[in-house]
Write a protein that binds this ligand. Sequence first.
Ligand code: AP5
Ligand code: MG
Length: 217
Amino acid sequence: MRIVLFGPPGAGKGTQARLLEERHSLTQIATGDIIREAMKNETPVGKEAKSYVEKGELVPDSVVRKLAEQAIADQDFDDFVLDGYPRTTQQAEWLTAFLEENDAPLHAVPSLHVPDDVIVDRLSKRRMHKETGDTYHLDHNPPPADVDDDMIIQRDDDRPETVRNRLAVYRDETEPLEEYYRERDLLVVVNGVGDIEDVHGRILDALEQAQTSARAE
Ligand code: AP5
Ligand code: MG
């Protein structure tokens, strides 16, 4: 199955993509994670991306395109869940063309809907494992007791002013893609508020619904 998991910063894309990976054999392709790894390793891409990520701006389309296309090709064009890509109309058009050229169209685009006040709470209390990238929330999903405190950090772009900018960038540049995917009959809106397991169940229902309607055509 080929899925784009869509939604604003802090909606739970990463949390849910990892559950799909663990339980349903889909590989998570998260452009944000790939970029953070490049920044940590100070690669040329990482150095170029740093100033954008730290301000909560989008990294230039052409840079992210290469990372995403490489990861999709590495995955043999199947069994992936894209997390954080595409994020602009240009990226969406490139993705559609790239997948079409490789006979691998998307099956569904579940879109997680979460109000801004919940997002701000989630991101201010998010913590990340320095090495594995595992994501936690201080209240809802705390780091396990056997994980060393020194390994748990806060993402630089989770500062309040950067979060505000990321949300504004999402509204201006990314949210319009809902319409792009609605027009292509791929969008399924999913309520992203509530327990992590409940949201996971709703995503599975959305994927089931998408498969049923594809079979009916
Ligand atoms: P990226 O890493 O993709 O960040 P994002 O889209 O802003 O999303 P987040 O990772 O912040 O949130 P999430 O939806 O994954 O939520 P999570 O599961 O962590 O991108 C970072 C930057 O990289 C961008 O700003 C940009 O600069 C660049 N970039 C990346 N892709 C790009 C692209 N395509 N084009 C251009 N630039 C790009 O959950 C959040 C918190 O909530 C966690 O603490 C979690 O534990 C908690 N939580 C999750 N679900 C629940 C729940 N149901 N109940 C309670 N708590 C929950
Ligand atoms: Mg994420």
